[in-house]
Design a binder for this molecule. Structure first.
Ligand code: 9D3
Length: 242
């Protein structure tokens, strides 16, 4: 996977590239990444990337020419890449979209700033418009990092060791079971006895029950569109009666 981010703040990405799983994936060449300054594609002497909105009003709009030049130049060097605009008007990002995006060879992530980008950028040059949720950010950069983080961990080999990606929360539509580590008693709270028993089947049963119960309590909305296995339905019935 090849990520190119188009932004007026490329330095924001340096700490993101430099830590944890993202850093390891870069070092292992599971992903490649660069942040390009849109300003470099502005033709004027002061490299201006914004302008006042037609029709008046407060705030500034991202000019189309530098952005279009940056997207075209990047597309030419990235065969099979999709262009993603991070925008509050986009479809809300979820795990299914992360899986879809992870299937491409490359992603060009366009980070808006100011009040927004000129509408005419969207029609020909953008494949996806994505928001990361219904709250107001100051620009698309953090959203681009969220997207790259979620996509990177789906790239085969990027997590290292065993492929935990598919066992995760959301990948089967339920929240994960509760987790415990040492000590066995922490502030008068004991670890569930079954987890210390060594009975693998009982542990699996307990984890599925924990998973279904937690989803019912914390995220009942996830159960609306989910196909349950007979075992899951039985657990759910029991906890709904409780
Ligand atoms: C006053 C109207 N605002 C729209 C909600 C203007 C506006 C606010 C914030 C325009 C752009 C932005 C900057 N946000 C993003 O670029 C952004 C974003 C977000 O704010 N929330 C969730 N996902 C995203 S992706 C890009």
């Amino acid at each position: 996977m090849f990520f190119t981010v188009l932004t007026i703040f490329p330095e924001m990405f340096d700490p993101f590239w430099s830590h944890g799983i993202i850093r390891r994936a870069l070092e292992a060449k599971k992903i490649e990444a660069s942040a390009v300054n849109i300003r470099e594609f502005a033709e004027d002497r002061h490299q201006v990337t914004d302008d006042r909105p037609f029709g008046g009003g407060s705030g500034m709009v991202m000019k189309p020419e530098p952005l279009a030049a940056a997207i075209r130049a990047t597309s030419q060097t990235m065969q099979g890449a999709k262009a993603v605009l991070l925008t509050p008007q986009g479809r809300i990002f979820d795990q299914q979209m992360a899986r879809e995006l992870a299937s491409y060879e490359g992603l060009i992530l366009i980070c808006g700033r100011y009040e927004g980008v000129d509408e005419r950028i969207c029609h020909d040059l953008i494949d996806y418009e994505i928001s990361i949720g219904d709250y107001v950010l100051t620009g698309g950069e953090l959203a681009a990092m969220v997207l790259m983080d979620a996509v990177t961990r789906l790239i085969p080999g990027a997590l290292g060791g065993e492929d935990a990606a598919e066992k995760d929360s959301f990948s089967d539509g339920l929240l994960e079971h509760a987790h415990y580590t040492r000590p066995r008693i922490f502030e008068a709270q004991a670890v569930p006895e079954v987890l210390l028993s060594g009975h693998h089947q009982e542990i699996e049963n307990w984890r599925l029950e924990s998973s279904v119960m937690r989803t019912l309590l914390k995220r009942p909305d996830l159960l609306q569109n989910k196909d349950l296995t007979p075992q899951e339905s039985q657990i759910l019935k029991k906890w709904r009666q409780a």
